[in-house]
Design a protein around this ligand. Sequence first.
Ligand code: ATP
Ligand code: MG
Ligand code: FE
Length: 336
Amino acid sequence: CNILAIESSCDETSASVISDGKILNNIVATQSVHEKYGGVVPELASRAHQQHLIPVVAEAIKSSGIAKSELDAIAFTRGPGLMGALLVGVSFAKSFAYALDKPIIEVNHMEAHVLAHFIDAPKPSFPFICLTVSGGHTQLVLVKSALSMEVLGETKDDAVGEAFDKISKILGLPYPGGPYLDKLAAKGNPLAYPFPVSEMKGLSFSFSGIKTAVLYFLKENIKKDPNFIENNLEDICASVQHTLIKMLMQKLVKATKEQGIKEVAIAGGVSANSGLRQTIADAAKKYRWNVYLPKLEYCTDNAAMVAMAAHFKYQEGLFTDLNVSPLAKLKIGNHG
Ligand code: ATP
Ligand code: MG
Ligand code: FE
């Protein structure tokens, strides 16, 4: 079967075609309009999706070599995400499917991040635990099958990607700061400055405290040395990253022990972080895990992961009614 998938939940406009479970392409238009604001501006994201979506879809269909009439379904991200951004993708997918008289398949964006692991080998076997770390979420997910997932624990406040980005902003780095902080951290001493690790019950996370801790730490030090940030940027980045990874790893290890599972994956934008990838690879040896790290192209938002998720639903005949509308806070495990 051939499926066209659309992703428009945040600031990436993307389309992908999947044929019999094989991804043929993954066209992504990243919106640069948000850089000067240091964060995604929802209204501008919706407008940029309107501009990019048709060219991105046209490119995906053209480069797939599959005619529009040969598509078997149109898939789209229903949520979670920015309402205005989702509306553009959902409305387009519905109209396109209506015009072609094809069925539609809704996809949960966070499930798609997890299912990105089934695009290429090696693929995890069920059940596995996925640490999904992105700009809006930090979740420990028990993946029982492609269509059955359960959130074991998640953040009670900021997402870890948000912590990366907000601390980067304080440090004067460009937006989104995660990748910049990652590069600088690689050259610094991770133990230079001990930042506090949040103590949360069970498998919950908290990432709002470290942002404030870093802010006050910098204010104190700038009093003594006005150029404190410039003079110590690499060590500050390395220490921040080290602390964030430590908080993620504590809960990941706890979850694998509680569940007795040694199949471990990471997903979402922050899974591109080189420090986290290295730490997970080291933990694999220590705890005898089989670990799965997504290709960089499938870490941040993309339609290939949406296409993969739709492929699993297509096989089970899970189609969506044309009167569907987006859900900004769509939860994992909600398969209407
Ligand atoms: P969600 O998936 O929760 O709806 P989102 O779609 O905005 O949120 P993604 O696109 O999956 O999130 O990820 C974006 C986040 O990933 C940003 O916070 C960005 O800083 C972070 N990120 C990307 N690369 C890196 C990196 N190398 N190190 C740390 N963070 C990174
Ligand atoms: Mg993004
Ligand atoms: Fe995402």
